[in-house]
Design a protein around this ligand. Structure first.
Ligand SMILES: [Zn+2]
Ligand SMILES: [Zn+2]
Length: 153
């Protein structure tokens, strides 16, 4: 089963949630233009707030997880119904019959909405991986690529 979910972007920024401190930020979906050619995709990213690391697929927000789960649920319902339909067709001449009652389709998830909020920040060490962070955050930040601390502004 293959679920594909398209996540909305805010001017190229994708909303992320730290699996450790559960604070939200946005990272740029792919590096911006002045990325050096020899830059490699990191295996882990650092949380800009708490500095903890996690692999790239661990940063889904609760809303994104819920959206993915609903998509998966809808997909498996369709899969089951197809299976029952097949059974109904195969047994139509038999004494024992299967009849498929139409069940309510699973509501598709509401499309995620991405507001234009948060402040754009670029780390001095990896400026081609800009992030957007909470306006109210005033502590030093961690570069999401290498974890180096830097002060805002
Ligand atoms: Zn964190
Ligand atoms: Zn860095």
């Amino acid at each position: 089963m293959n679920i594909s979910m398209s996540l909305p972007l805010d001017n190229g920024f994708l909303r992320r949630e730290c699996p450790h401190c559960e604070r939200q930020f946005k990272w740029h979906h792919g590096p911006i233009e002045d990325c050096p050619n020899d830059a490699i995709d990191p295996n882990v990213y650092f949380c800009p707030y708490c500095g903890e690391t996690a692999p790239p697929d661990q940063w889904l927000t609760k809303e994104q997880v819920e959206c993915a789960q609903r998509l998966a649920l809808g997909e498996s319902m369709r899969f089951l119904q197809d299976g029952f339909k097949e059974l109904e067709r195969k047994t139509s001449g038999n004494m024992v019959k299967f009849k498929v009652e139409k069940s309510e389709p699973v509501e598709p998830p509401l499309p995620l909405h991405e507001p234009e909020d948060m402040l754009i920040v670029q780390s001095p060490c990896h400026p081609w991986e800009p992030i957007k962070i909470d306006e109210s955050w005033s502590e030093p930040l961690h570069c999401i690529v290498c974890g180096n601390q830097f002060a805002m502004g």
